[in-house]
Design a protein around this ligand. Structure first.
Ligand code: NAP
Length: 171
């Protein structure tokens, strides 16, 4: 079974985005996303890819992978697959950590796969008017470790806490 991770930032209602964009600007969380996924593999839905400003995509120093049903879709320096399974299996013999990086449709698929073994989740302390959500999941199946937190400051208008969830293998 192909083992993989996911990384997400969500609000108190599991909101992750609105109008195909993020809802907050939290530089420390952006840095965490970059340092965690750098030199690894990132798998994203086509809408998530579209939401990244052109000058920042593909995301630097990472193998970018896009999931779409569109057989004609191409993006420079990106791999394209038509199912999440195909994309994951492509990296089965790869040393790199493989991350699902959203958005909502792709997280939903990932949460249902047994190979998902780690989730890096930032909980932003606010409620935003989201139109896209992270699925709810059974916390009793996961070990939870707090790995970062942020207070209010001039660069962060919201506090947040970041957790690493590791699947409890005997459940
Ligand atoms: N807060 C966070 O951590 C975070 C992270 C990532 C994204 N986001 C936000 O999430 C939102 C985007 O999420 P989303 O749910 O709208 O879209 P998405 O999951 O990024 O992409 C959806 C697209 O993926 C493709 N797709 C979905 N299921 C598929 C399947 N079974 N087989 C093949 N292709 C499939 C389709 O592409 P085609 O239409 O091309 O066929 C579909 O339109 C944005 O607001 C973004 O800012 C937030």
């Amino acid at each position: 079974m192909m083992k993989f991770s996911l990384i997400v930032a969500m609000d108190k209602n599991h909101g992750i985005g609105k109008n195909n964009d993020l809802m907050w600007h939290l530089p420390k969380d952006m840095r965490f996303f970059k340092s965690t996924t750098e030199n690894q593999v990132v798998i994203m839905g086509r809408k998530n890819y579209d939401s990244i400003p052109e000058k920042y995509r593909p995301l630097s120093n990472r193998q970018n992978v896009i999931i779409t049903r569109n057989k004609a879709f191409k993006a420079t320096n990106c791999l394209v697959f038509h199912t999440v399974d195909e994309a994951l299996n492509h990296f089965i013999n790869d040393e790199r950590e493989v991350f699902i990086i959203g958005g909502g449709e792709i997280y939903k698929i990932a949460l249902n796969l047994e190979g998902l073994e780690k989730m890096y989740i930032t909980n932003v302390d606010g409620v935003f008017n989201a139109d896209t959500f992270f699925p709810s999941f059974d916390k009793t199946l996961w070990n939870e470790e707090k790995i970062m937190s942020q207070e209010l400051d001039e660069k962060h208008q919201f506090t947040f806490n970041t957790f690493l969830y590791t699947r409890i293998s005997d459940k």
